[in-house]
Ligand binder design. Structure first.
Ligand SMILES: Cc1cc2nc3c(=O)[nH]c(=O)nc-3n(C[C@H](O)[C@H](O)[C@H](O)COP(=O)(O)OP(=O)(O)OC[C@H]3O[C@@H](n4cnc5c(N)ncnc54)[C@H](O)[C@@H]3O)c2cc1C
Length: 335
């Protein structure tokens, strides 16, 4: 709905992209800024368990380079993906906050959406924004990066032969490919690469001035979260949460009944209500606000933005609220 509003509003762009590689223009500057404020950031440190005492988190166990150690803190903010947080929830925790139990079934609501990048010796722009290949069985979307990375000229990287990068998301891993007739989740890396390339080539040949030619292709890079091993089922170590109907009640707030446990991830209940960076960001701001409140800090609260709802839904929302107040489910229609 918000995307729809932006499409209608003159002067507002509904499709925005970073002006360089994400680490360079976003993640690293943030990290540097936060480190400047005194943050200590530890890479490759894995939370493996949570210890409770007196209805609070006493410590978490961290695993790093073959060693485990305990960390204590005033507050613990868990910003882990839902499928990583769920296995850490213990009976001791759910005794204090039974609502945490619902995170376990919620963690099953994940799907595969992973990327592959094509490095080309020619810059093929396709379009000035995201491309949606609506006719591809693996539901491909892409961005042709070079046009947006003006301050990062491609010829300054590697051996200088790369002129363009097409970043592709594969959002359907269980439909048969047009050419190899296989599901992406059952393909080797080579098969995935070839099939994605062919699907894009075919789609562009139908209705785009830009064409992809085999001689442009120099190098490809598949998301390392896709773990392909011979004679084994392919695994995805980073699936994406998909909000399904009737799952709001399963999602946690940023605060919990465990006084010092906070959650700041994309599955937290937020106004954004979508598993995105925006949703994760709002969850984090809410968690920060909770700490400011609980610790009686004099810091200003982070601003939480409300999203707009179209006025013509007002009647539906009023009717829905009326039934909800009576403990009734949504009727499916208003009259
Ligand atoms: C292919 C793809 C494209 C996307 N495109 C967009 C987009 O265009 N716009 C948008 O807004 N969103 C997009 N999203 C969604 C967005 O990336 C996520 O919703 C968002 O990153 C979630 O943020 P998060 O902080 O909750 O979790 P994450 O970004 O997943 O961060 C969780 C962190 O926890 C770490 N971790 C995991 N387990 C442990 C452990 N046991 N101990 C310690 N650390 C651990 C992970 O390594 C990771 O760094 C996309 C997602 C995918 C997969």
């Amino acid at each position: 709905m918000q995307l729809f509003f932006d499409l209608l509003e003159p002067g507002v762009s509904s499709d925005r992209l970073l002006n360089g590689p994400t680490n360079d223009v976003w993640i690293n500057p943030w990290l540097q800024y936060l480190k400047g404020l005194g943050l200590k950031y530890n890479f490759e440190h894995k939370v493996t368990s949570i210890q409770m005492q007196d209805e609070e988190i006493k410590s978490v166990t961290i695993f790093h380079k073959g060693e485990s150690f305990e960390v204590q803190a005033d507050y613990f903010i868990f910003a882990l993906p839902v499928d990583r947080f769920a296995p850490l929830i213990t009976d001791e925790m759910t005794k204090v906050d039974p609502t945490l139990k619902s995170i376990i079934p919620l963690s099953k609501n994940v799907a595969w959406m992973n990327g592959i990048q094509f490095y080309l010796n020619k810059d093929i722009k396709i379009t000035h924004g995201h491309s949606i290949f609506v006719d591809t069985p693996w539901t491909l979307t892409s961005v042709s990066q070079a046009q947006f990375w003006k301050d990062f000229p491609m010829n300054e990287f590697g051996d200088g032969s790369i002129k363009g990068i097409i970043s592709v998301d594969i959002s359907e891993w269980n439909a048969k490919g047009t050419f190899n007739k296989k599901k992406a989740s059952q393909c080797s890396e080579e098969e995935i690469t070839k099939e994605v390339w062919e699907q894009m080539k075919e789609s562009l040949a139908k209705d785009c001035e830009d064409r992809l030619e085999d001689e442009y292709l120099v190098f490809t890079f598949l998301d390392p979260a896709i773990k392909i091993e011979e004679a084994k089922e392919t695994k995805n170590t980073e699936p994406l949460l998909v909000n399904v109907i009737n799952s709001w009640h399963m999602r946690p707030d940023d605060y919990t009944r465990i006084h010092n446990l906070l959650i700041a991830s994309d599955y937290v209940r937020t106004n954004t209500d979508l598993a995105t960076m925006e949703g994760a960001n709002e969850a984090a701001k809410r968690a920060v606000n909770t700490i400011i409140y609980k610790s009686k800090s004099s810091s200003a609260y982070c601003k939480i933005h409300k999203l707009r709802m179209p006025f013509f839904f007002k009647v539906y929302r009023w009717f829905d609220q009326l039934r909800y107040n009576k403990g009734l489910p949504w009727k499916g229609r208003i009259f």
